[in-house]
Design a protein around this ligand. Structure first.
Ligand code: FAD
Length: 266
C-alpha cells in the first residue's frame, strides 16, 4: 500500500528483488522474507548541524533568543499580545506559538490540550568501523537505520503516546538494537556512542495545525515525525503570512477546524 501511495508521486520508486537489495546494501541486509522498496531521492540532514545553522542565522539577523524562559500565559491586549514569562513580560503585535506538544496549554481554548499530545521517541547513535552500509533503511514498524559520517549509524525511533518522560529506557534501547540487528546482523557488534529522547507533537489524525487562532495570534504544531524536515518550508510560509497578512495557499488545509476528508498522510 505504501508503495502504491509513494509511486503516485515518484516514479523512480522500485520494489526490490533479493539480488538488487544485496547490491544496494553491500549485502548487509537480511530481509527475512519481507518485501523491500527503494526510494532513490530520499536524503538526510544532520539535525544537529541544521539547528546550529538556524541559530547562527537568527544571530546574524539580531534576533534575541531567551533561553530557559517558560511562557506562562499569553494575554490579548487592545493591540497585540502580552507574553508573560517567568522572567517578565514581552509584548508583540503578532505572536506565533510553536510550543510543540505543549502548544495547547498556551492557546487554550482555541486549541485544546488533548488535540495535540506528546509522543516520546528514543534514538541511538552507534559506531561500526567495518559495516560499510551506505543506504538508509526504514522498517514499517517505525525503526530506521541511517548511515552517518565516520562509520556511525543512527538507529531510531521508539514511540510512546502521552509519555513526557526524559531519557532512554532500557526497554526502548533493547527494542531499537534488536530491530536494527534483525535487519543488519552486524550491528550487534557495534559500539554505543550516544542515546537521546525527545517529545514529538502529535495532533489528532496526524493533521498538523498551522492557523491564526485569533487576530495576529498564530499556532504551529503537530508535525509529529516530520517537524525537522518541514521546518525550512514552514518557516518561509509563515514569514510570508506575517509580512503580507495573507494565509499562503499551501497552508489553507491546516486550520484547526477542518473538514474530515483532508487529512495529511505521512
Ligand atoms: C527520536 C526522534 C526522532 C525524530 N526524527 C525526525 C526526523 O528524522 N525527521 C523529522 O523531520 N522529524 C523528526 N522528529 C520529530 C521532530 O523532532 C519534531 O517534529 C519537531 O521537533 C517538532 O518541532 P516543534 O518546534 O513543533 O516542537 P518542539 O521541537 O517540541 O519544540 C517546542 C519547544 O517549545 C518549548 N516550549 C513548550 N512550551 C513552552 C512554554 N510554555 N514556554 C517556553 N517554551 C515552551 C519546548 O520546551 C520545546 O523546546 C524526531 C523526533 C524524535 C523524538
Amino acid at each position: 500500500m505504501q508503495y502504491q501511495f509513494l509511486k503516485q508521486y515518484n516514479d523512480q520508486i522500485e520494489l526490490l528483488t533479493d539480488s538488487r537489495l544485496c547490491e544496494l546494501t553491500n549485502d548487509k541486509v537480511m530481509n527475512n522474507g519481507k518485501q523491500a522498496m527503494y526510494i532513490p531521492d530520499d536524503h538526510q540532514v544532520n539535525a544537529n548541524r541544521y539547528t546550529k545553522a538556524l541559530l547562527e542565522s537568527i544571530k546574524r539577523r539580531n534576533v534575541e533568543r531567551c533561553y530557559h524562559t517558560e511562557v506562562h500565559h499569553i494575554e490579548s491586549l487592545k493591540q497585540g499580545y502580552k507574553v508573560k514569562t517567568q522572567n517578565g513580560s514581552f509584548y508583540g503585535k503578532k505572536v506565533i506559538v510553536a510550543g510543540g506538544a505543549w502548544s495547547g496549554r498556551l492557546v487554550s481554548p482555541h486549541l485544546q490540550s488533548h488535540n495535540v499530545t506528546g509522543v516520546k521517541g528514543e534514538a541511538l547513535l552507534v559506531e561500526h568501523p567495518t559495516l560499510n552500509l551506505n543506504t538508509t533503511l526504514f522498517m514499517t514498524n517505525g525503526c530506521y537505520i541511517i548511515p552517518k559520517l565516520q562509520h556511525r549509524y543512527m538507529i531510531g525511533a521508539t514511540s510512546y503516546f502521552d509519555d513526557y518522560s526524559v531519557g532512554v529506557s532500557s526497554v526502548g534501547r533493547d527494542w531499537l538494537l534488536h530491530q536494527a540487528s534483525t535487519i543488519v546482523p552486524q550491528l550487534k557488534d557495534s559500539q554505543m556512542l550516544h542515546e537521546w529522547s525527545g517529545i514529538r507533537p502529535y495532533s489528532k489524525e496526524e493533521r498538523s495545525v498551522m492557523d491564526e487562532v485569533a487576530q495576529d495570534l498564530f499556532v504551529i504544531t503537530g508535525h509529529y515525525r516530520n517537524g525537522i524536515l518541514l521546518s525550512p518550508y514552514i518557516g518561509a510560509l509563515m514569514c510570508e503570512w506575517l509580512l503580507t497578512g495573507q494565509r499562503p495557499e499551501d497552508l489553507q488545509d491546516f486550520r484547526i477546524e477542518r473538514s474530515v476528508d483532508n487529512a495529511m498522510h505521512y
